[in-house]
Design a protein around this ligand. Structure first.
Ligand code: PMP
Length: 398
């Protein structure tokens, strides 16, 4: 049986129309398929492959760690230098009040841990999230989703959760002393690459402080250089109470984390002890590759690079000047192209893929196509993508 047949017969499908490329190799910004074609990966495995694919430092870290040990114990019991090195490095790079990290397997698991921490720390029940939000697909994270069509089919979810409009200061009055935590992406990705105003994020910080609600930043996609700062919080001059990371954090291996002060995160260690544990969270391989990737990101100043090359990409996109495109917005290398109709966005995505450029539209804004390439993408690769976009657009408008 071919891999393609087995894929359709034996793997659980997540949609009726998977991209279905059969990948045999990946290198730098490129994916190679079994039919001899190559594709420019302009979504970096949905934000994971910040250094592109197969970075030598990541591969070396993987080899070194695999020769020492793989899994040895549930997270939090043994002292493992792969974990402590990454935790200490993150603590140096983050604001001082975010100097304690809990490692998980994924972004959604880190969101769950952050929600539990907020309930335990505040003794309150309610959460606030935002329209257009995406925080993952476990039950607690899904309850925060700002899109009814993904939430409602799954019935009663953990709550109460109140959804507020994103980037609307007038709505913040709803955050009161009953709220355990407010969860927000400092830039919404699946919500259609929405970049809020400074004053909104600052007013949100103030409102949380005043009401005693914890402010949780979900930087699963925006963290580690993508937006032109190492962490998107730096754009807004505010510090959340808890910060959630994942995706690029593991350098290509599964890893999530939530970071906060020892005062806040410490509540998880008592009453009951072991109230939040994870077998594979903070896997030594993932922490080793994560540290290697983080070192490359900082030593090679890839957040600055994301800003510069992101500006170049936006400038080249603006040259496309097509009547189907109603807006182009970006922050570093997280860029949204908004179309007048969802069907146009879909045809554009299909046309780009057919021409060897992988892009996709966003879950909660089907008129917006998201670009989130590796931070190492070159000008030539961007020119290749823009040429493909031009040809794809000609078909959309035809
Ligand atoms: N938060 C955000 C902002 C995300 O983009 C994602 C994943 N797309 C998640 C949380 C969930 O992460 P994971 O898929 O690792 O559970």
């Amino acid at each position: 049986m071919s891999a393609r047949t087995d894929f359709f017969d034996h793997l659980a499908q997540t949609s009726d129309s998977p991209i279905g490329l059969q990948i045999v190799r990946a290198d730098g910004s490129w994916l190679y398929t079994e039919d001899g074609r190559r594709y420019l990966d302009l979504i970096a495995g949905i934000g994971v492959s910040a250094l592109g694919h197969g970075h030598p430092s990541v591969k070396q870290a993987l080899t070194n760690q695999s020769e020492r040990y793989l899994h040895v114990m549930v997270y939090g019991e043994y002292i493992l230098d792969s974990q402590t090195n990454l935790a200490a490095r993150l603590a140096k790079l983050l604001p001082t009040s975010l100097d304690r990290v809990y490692f998980t397997n994924s972004g959604a698991e880190a969101i769950e841990g952050a929600l539990k921490t907020a309930r335990k720390y505040t003794g309150r029940q309610k959460f606030v999230a935002f329209d257009g939000a995406y925080h993952g697909d476990t039950m607690g994270a899904l309850a925060l989703a700002g899109n009814d069509s993904f939430r409602v089919p799954f019935g009663t979810l953990p709550g109460p959760v109140q959804h507020l409009p994103y980037d609307d200061e007038r709505a913040l009055g709803a955050i009161d002393a009953t709220v355990a935590a407010v969860v927000i992406e400092p830039v919404q990705a699946e919500g259609g690459v929405r970049i809020p105003s400074h004053s909104f994020i600052q007013a949100l910080r103030q409102r949380c402080t005043d009401s005693g609600a914890l402010l949780i930043f979900d930087e699963v996609l925006t963290g580690l250089g993508r937006t032109g700062q190492l962490f998107a919080l730096e754009h807004f001059g505010v510090v959340p109470d808890l910060l959630v990371l994942a995706k690029a954090l593991g350098g290509g291996l599964p890893l999530g984390a939530f970071c906060g002060s020892s005062d806040i995160i410490g509540t998880l260690a008592h009453n009951p002890p072991l109230g939040h544990i994870t077998t594979f969270g903070g896997h030594p391989l993932s922490c080793a590759t994560g540290l290697a990737a983080l070192n490359v990101i900082t030593e090679q100043h890839l957040s600055e690079r994301a800003r510069e090359i992101g500006d170049y990409l936006v400038q080249r996109l603006r040259e496309l000047d097509d009547s189907c495109i109603t807006a182009i917005r970006g922050i570093g290398l997280l860029i949204g192209i908004e179309f007048d109709e969802a069907s146009h966005a879909q045809r554009f995505v299909a046309g780009a893929i057919a021409r060897g450029v992988i892009i996709n539209w966003t879950l909660n804004a089907d008129r917006v196509v998201r670009l989130a390439p590796p931070l190492t993408i070159t000008h030539e690769e961007i020119d290749f993508a823009v040429a493909a976009f031009k040809a794809a657009l000609a078909e959309v408008s035809a």
